[in-house]
Every structure is written in C-alpha cells, then in structure tokens.
Design a protein around this ligand. Structure first.
Ligand code: RB5
Length: 146
C-alpha cells in the first residue's frame, strides 16, 4: 500500500507522527510537504495530494492534515475522482471507508489529539470498502457529480 500525505503548518507535527506510525507498520508513505512549519496554504498541499491519488494508480490513499481538517477536505474534494472525508471519531473513521469509499482522509490537529488520529487511521485501514450494492450505487452517484 502506498499513501500520499500532506499538511499545512498547523498539521505539520501530526504529519510527522502519522508518517512514523505508518512506516512502523510497513506502509509506504510519500510526503508531499510542507518541509517545515512555516505558515503555508492548505489548498496547495491538498491539490498535490488529491491529484496524486486521483491520477496515479500507485497511490491507494491520501492523508491531509490542517488545523480543523475542513479546509483540506473542501479543497481535496474539488479534484475529480476524490472522495475526501473529514474524520473526527471512530465511527466516522469506519463509515468513511465502508459507506463512502473515501480515498482521501483529513484530520484537524486543533480538533483531535494525535493518539486519536493514529487510532482513526488504523480503524480506516482495517475496514473494508463495502461491496453492498446500495453503497456502490451511492459512491457511483457521487463520482458522477461535477
Ligand atoms: C490555518 O490557521 C487554518 O486555517 C488551517 O489549518 C485549517 O484549519 C483550515 O481549514
């Protein structure tokens, strides 16, 4: 599995912790920036990561972190083919995978603790994309918008 990750300044520390967590599990993570915690604009990194996931089949998932996770999810969802989900609970971590077939997940460093975020990521990774027809139909309808 290959994951693309990005943040802004607010998500920079979480990005490093998430990278370490995933690499300890043997998951390949490519960091698309930023390379420091100086002020940066979340749409810049959302665009890079979302385009990687939508255009390069070698990427299975994108992870984006900003202060709230909101800006990252709004920006990533502008890219065709992206289903970005803001995750803030165990329930939304599982639902984003099973129901929504999210291919980008976003987190807020000013909303969730890092320990929670790592747990949410594990839950998302361990869940399956539902094969049930109602979920597949709804995902298809989402992908047909725009
Ligand atoms: C940066 O201050 C903050 O606005 C950003 O990280 C994010 O929360 C936007 O959605």
């Amino acid at each position: 599995m290959r994951i693309a990750i990005g943040s802004d300044h607010a998500g920079y520390e979480f990005k490093d912790a998430i990278k370490s967590h995933l690499r300890e599990k043997g998951i390949e993570v490519l960091d698309f920036g930023p390379n420091n915690d100086e002020a940066s604009d979340y749409p810049d990194y959302a665009k890079i990561v979302a385009e990687k996931v939508s255009q390069d089949p070698e990427y299975d998932l994108g992870i984006l972190i900003c202060g709230t996770g909101i800006g990252m999810s709004i920006a990533a969802n502008k890219v065709k083919g992206i289903r970005a989900a803001l995750i803030s609970t165990k329930f939304t971590a599982e639902s984003a995978k099973v129901h929504n077939h999210a291919n980008v997940i976003t987190f807020g460093s000013r909303v969730s603790k890092i320990e929670e975020v790592l747990e949410f990521i594990d839950i998302f990774l361990e869940a399956d994309y539902s094969e049930e027809s109602r979920h597949k139909r709804r995902v298809k309808k989402m992908d047909e918008i725009g």
